[in-house]
Design a protein around this ligand. Structure first.
Ligand code: GAR
Length: 345
């Protein structure tokens, strides 16, 4: 497969360039960096390109009498290298309308904010001054107005109480290094289309694909996303049959022949089934003391109870209203595991 030929334009440090070089070094990555161009001979980022044996070119804006002449020189260098897509990565020169129009939808930029908030300079200081709770970066197609254009990928990070501009910038930069390679991959795979100045991404779960980190926003600590009770059962097949045949669950997976581990699920509820040769639950005691193996919240508990009744499910406790207002019922599975279903009254 032909790889998309990309030029990266830089003015300084080049850490985003380095991230793109790393991504392109993977054999199956659909793009290659064919040219690194800087408007400053002293841009530290040029060293990344040299190390990776990527051709570099310095076109110093000071050498040109007008922006148009500078842009034309850039354009010439890009054309000579057969460039198909231009990535601005910390390129601190405004490009003229003619250049931007000529490269329309083939020219992308990364900016360290969740655009359209905080375009331009001093992004992080302005974000902190505004007291935003969430910051991030945006990869977007370039339009004549600075830091404006259809958004391809965004990545979000939390703003923490003791942040200063350096700390926030570092947190955002870390996600820039993931967002830019992701955007480049999506473009090079031909999945990105601009429709009415909005980007549409083809393929499964495309919306989620183009948004990094949403679950990390709220938390400055790890968050638990679910809990999966483990039931001890003497016959995985019989147990799966009970959950699918009587309780309307599906089998997510089943391991082993004969099976020793399985998972059944219905909507958001997942139960792991672990084979044991002899029962580990003291059934008499479990029944006597209502020792539950799992508690499963339900949005319409009365309706579920009716459904289970119709299916001939054995109940340890029928539907009842608890002193604290919830309505519950308890099902016993073939191994005597007690499953509580609970919902609002
Ligand atoms: C990056 O944070 C990039 O988002 C920003 O310049 C930095 C360059 O860093 N770009 C802009 O502010 C564009 N308006 P790098 O040279 O290490 O990639």
């Amino acid at each position: 497969m032909a790889r998309l030929k990309v030029a990266v334009l830089i003015s300084g440090r080049g850490s985003n360039l380095a991230a793109l070089i790393d991504a392109c070094a993977t054999p199956e990555f659909p793009a290659e960096i064919a040219l690194v161009l800087s408007n400053r001979a002293d841009a530290a980022g040029l060293a990344h390109a040299t190390r990776a044996a990527i051709p570099t070119c310095v076109i110093a804006h000071r050498d040109f009498a007008s922006r148009a002449a500078f842009d034309a020189a850039l354009d010439g260098a890009l054309a000579r290298a057969g460039i198909e897509l231009v990535c601005l990565a910390g390129f601190m020169r405004l490009l003229g309308d003619a250049f931007v129009t000529r490269w329309r939808d083939r020219l992308v930029n990364i900016h360290p904010s969740l655009l359209p908030a905080f375009p331009g300079l001093d992004t992080h200081a302005r974000a902190l001054a505004a007291g935003v709770r969430v910051a991030g970066c945006t990869v977007h197609f370039v339009r004549p107005t600075m830091d404006e254009g259809p958004i391809i990928v965004q990545a979000a990070v939390p703003v923490l109480p003791d942040d200063d501009t350096d700390r926030l910038a570092a947190r955002v930069l870390a996600v820039e290094h993931r967002a830019y390679p992701l955007a480049l991959r999506l473009i090079a795979e031909g999945r990105v289309r601009v429709e009415d100045e909005r980007v549409a991404i083809a393929g499964a779960a495309a919306g989620a694909t183009a948004l990094l980190n949403p679950s990390g926003i709220a938390a400055s600590r790890a968050s638990l996303t679910a809990a999966e009770p483990q039931l001890f059962v003497t016959d995985i097949t019989a147990s799966c049959d009970f959950f699918t045949g009587k309780l309307g669950f599906g089998v997510a997976f089943r391991y082993g022949d004969p099976p020793f581990y399985a998972q059944v699920h219905r909507d958001g509820a997942r139960l792991n089934l672990r084979h044991v040769d002899t029962p580990v639950v003291d059934h008499a005691r479990a029944r006597q003391e209502d020792l539950l193996s799992a508690a499963i919240p339900v949005d319409d508990v009365a309706r579920l109870f009716q459904e289970f009744q119709a299916a001939g499910v054995p109940f340890h406790q029928p539907l009842r209203t608890e002193p604290w207002g919830a309505r519950t019922f308890i099902v016993a599975d073939p191994d005597g595991n007690l499953l509580l279903f609970a919902g609002a009254a």
